[in-house]
Write a protein that binds this ligand. Structure first.
Ligand code: NAG
Length: 414
């Protein structure tokens, strides 16, 4: 069995399936290993935190005060995670699958203050190979994670990757997400000089095809997601559609060229007199985060959109499907996904927010409406519309999250 799917089911089912992975007989040839959605006992992720998480990740704060204003905020809760086994005998950890980074970061029992629910204990693993090379991430606001790089076996269902480099966390600031144990980076390893888990799967000839594919389910349809390593689940795609591929422009992040954005009759390429717009496809980002000029243009197409301080808000019941044009094909995001939690006066937090970058980061808001294939071997990204029942609109996201802290905070200031 060489194709792995991380499928959408509840956590309980997920745990059962991971434990019994060898016993599951797939009917469609894809072995499904569960992916679930974070159930946090804390506040639901708020859009401001999700936005600031992306700014942190890419170092894109625009002003010092903006950075400091979030210094004490907790890192956001990640929506989706998968269960991954490390070591011998295997220990199951919860990881976020992140195409926007390249390291395999996991909390350890050596770090008493670490986030996470099931940290990795290297003392219990016979396949563990210790290392001394240090690593660290320091953010501008003082938050950090650090530790050393070691190796162990990593298992996803029937596939075991040998000698995977692990960025073990032994110390971190208290503001990290504590609903996952770490991050499984799926960009190109060259960013951090490491070899990603998927690059190792290719090297160790554990997959038939050098591609992995993501499906993100919406909250309204139970929310889980699915990642397939080594293949594509054509059943997720709108019948009659094909996958449109575009070459990666630089194999570091999943950088692609977008030809145009269309909304309410407006064309960004026409407005800018420019044919290509750089974007990074990032499963570890929730919103659509882009340069000021693009974000302002977008909101100028939406009636009654306005900027409150640095936050863009849009009418909760507005109109304007966003079309993202890639290789001549349009991939859409419905308006309902572009307006987030309720803020007041009929306005919602916009899914489109700005950064100091000159490129866009295409997060889950886009990915929840379109199936995405990351072709590591051919260095290209494929897109296809999700079939109708998988992209039912989450409506009104807005109203159900009215009590959310960020909304309240913004409402007061409005
Ligand atoms: C994409 O890259 C491949 C291989 O480098 C090349 O053959 C192909 O022409 C490229 N496609 C486009 C549309 O540029």
């Amino acid at each position: 069995m060489k194709i792995i799917a991380l499928g959408s089911i509840t956590l309980a089912a997920a745990v059962a399936m991971v434990t019994n992975a060898e016993n599951t007989t797939p009917s469609d040839g894809l072995l499904r290993i569960p992916l679930a959605r974070s159930e946090s006992s804390r506040l639901k992720p708020d859009s401001t935190q999700l936005w600031y998480h992306t700014l942190h990740k890419y170092g894109l704060f625009r002003t010092k005060s903006e950075m400091e204003s979030q210094a004490v905020a907790e890192m956001p809760l990640f929506d989706y995670y998968g269960l991954v086994d490390i070591g011998t005998p295997s220990q199951t950890v919860k990881l976020q699958f992140d195409t926007g980074s390249s390291r395999f970061v996991v909390s350890t029992t050596k770090c008493p203050d670490c986030s996470g629910t099931s940290p990795f204990n290297s003392d219990l693993s016979s396949s563990y190979r210790p290392g001394v090379e240090p690593w660290q991430i320091h953010y501008g606001d003082g938050s950090f994670a650090e530790g050393f790089i070691a190796e162990d076996k990593v298992t996803l269902g029937p596939i075991s990757v040998q000698n995977q480099k692990l960025n073990l966390v032994v110390s971190e600031s208290p503001n990290f997400d504590d609903t996952v144990d770490g991050v499984l980076g799926l960009s190109f390893g060259v960013i951090s000089g490491s070899t990603t888990l998927f690059e190792n799967m290719i090297k160790q000839e554990l997959v038939d095809q050098g591609v992995f594919s993501f499906f993100f389910g919406k909250r309204s349809i139970n929310g889980g997601g699915e990642v397939i390593f080594g293949g594509v689940d054509m059943d997720r795609i709108e019948p009659g559609s094909t996958i449109t591929y575009t070459n990666v422009t630089e194999a570091t992040h999943w950088n692609i060229d977008i030809q145009d954005f269309l909304v309410n009759g407006g064309s960004y390429a026409k407005y800018k007199n420019k044919a290509h717009i750089r974007a990074i496809v990032d499963t570890g980002t929730t919103l659509l985060v882009g340069p000021e000029v693009w974000v302002s243009w977008y909101h100028n197409q939406i009636a009654k959109a306005r900027r409150f301080r640095n936050i863009w808000v849009v009418p909760c019941k507005g109109t304007g499907t966003l079309s993202v044009v890639i290789e001549g094909k349009s991939f859409v995001v419905p308006y309902e996904d572009l307006a987030r939690e309720y803020i007041g006066f009929g306005l919602c937090f916009s899914s489109v927010q700005s950064s100091s970058a000159d490129y866009l980061i295409l997060g889950d808001v886009f990915l929840k409406n379109n199936y995405v294939v990351f072709d590591q071997a051919e260095k290209r990204v494929g897109f296809a519309p999700l079939k109708a029942e998988d992209k039912k609109v989450t409506s009104p996201a807005a109203v159900s999250e009215v009590e959310n802290a960020a909304s309240v905070r913004v409402q007061k200031e409005l």
